[in-house]
Write a protein that binds this ligand. Structure first.
Ligand SMILES: [Fe+2]
Length: 321
């Protein structure tokens, strides 16, 4: 699609894919070389507010590239200009507050792969948009791959119609164990005290219950959270009736700190989970981060992850309703 207006010019990025006629991600660049400053970008976002939001839904991802976005303060101004309501991150990833609406992305070791997920997929209330800003691009690796979720459902339905039907009917149940102490040496090392913002187990349990989950305390002081039943797929308004693979089976099935079964306890066959992981990888899209990139995901439509990276790498995040 050729598009040009006084605020943005459509560009391309190596690794983009075309799906149902839409380019993912849609790359938006300064309309003219002298319009790359932050003020011009903010003005463009303001002028094209509704259009910009529609593009995120239509193309599932929009990458702003070539603008002079330097730091968390600049990034925060972009978020504020977009005007979507903030939603606070809840979950196992170690994250630090940076500035106003800006947080660090997962601070787990760069050598580890953060597996594909819809942000906060297991909670009742999850962000519609996840926005990432690259302050320091990694010298090697460290891409943020993303996957059109409906493609996973399509392929799974084709290859495992019976299993998908059964999982859909029964629903899913997950468990997740949070350690008792903070240990950011491990990706799952965010203790429950930190994850739920209290060192009081009774209060922590209350907060877990409020999120629609049950708690089981372990002998070593760890907290096992039971989550479910949850859907296998979801259809969101305005997304072409696409069935999104809105679950985290592959990420949680049969792991040291987590599990995924059908809601009645029926095991999900190993080969189904394995093949699902392959499909997700087959459908993956990624590009090389550049300094100043700002990437908007439709969290309803895309799974995302993080590939292992050489240091340094600094990517900041904001999540919106
Ligand atoms: Fe994430």
């Amino acid at each position: 699609m050729e598009f040009s207006c006084k605020d943005f010019k459509v560009g391309n990025v190596e690794g983009e894919k075309v799906l149902d006629g839409e380019t993912i991600p849609l790359v938006l660049k300064p309309s003219e070389p002298n319009k790359s400053d932050l003020a011009s970008l903010l003005l463009g976002l303001k002028n094209k507010k509704d259009w910009f939001e529609q593009m995120i839904i239509k193309n599932s991802a929009v990458l702003l590239r070539g603008f002079d976005v330097k730091n968390a303060e600049d990034f925060n101004e972009i978020i504020e200009t977009c005007g979507w309501e903030d939603i606070r991150y809840v979950g196992p990833a170690p994250r630090t507050h940076v500035y106003k609406r800006v947080w660090t992305a997962n601070e787990g070791p760069l050598s580890e792969f953060i597996y594909y997920h819809h942000e906060m997929v297991l909670f009742k209330d999850n962000p519609k948009k996840v926005i990432l800003f690259c302050e320091t691009p990694p010298p090697e690796g460290g891409e943020t791959p993303f996957v059109p979720s409906f493609r996973v459902t399509e392929k799974m339905l084709k290859e495992f119609p019976e299993e998908v039907k059964l999982m859909e009917e029964k629903g899913l149940k997950y468990s997740f164990t949070a350690l008792s102490n903070n240990n950011t040496g491990s990706m799952r090392g965010r203790g429950w005290q930190d994850a739920f913002g209290t060192s009081d187990p009774i209060e922590a349990e209350k907060r877990v219950n409020a999120l629609g989950m049950e708690v089981e305390w372990l002998e070593d002081g760890g907290m096992k959270t039971i989550i479910g039943p949850r859907n296998l797929t979801r259809v969101f308004e305005g997304r072409k009736e696409r069935r999104m693979w809105y679950n985290t089976i592959v990420g949680m099935h049969g792991k040291e700190f987590s599990s995924a079964t059908m809601a009645d306890g029926t095991e999900i066959p190993e080969h189904v989970v394995k093949r699902c992981g392959e499909i997700i990888e087959e459908e993956s899209i990624q590009f090389k981060w550049e300094k100043g990139d700002v990437l908007f995901f439709d969290n309803c439509a895309l799974l995302h992850g993080r590939r292992p990276s050489l240091p340094p790498r600094k990517v900041l995040v904001a999540t919106c309703k």
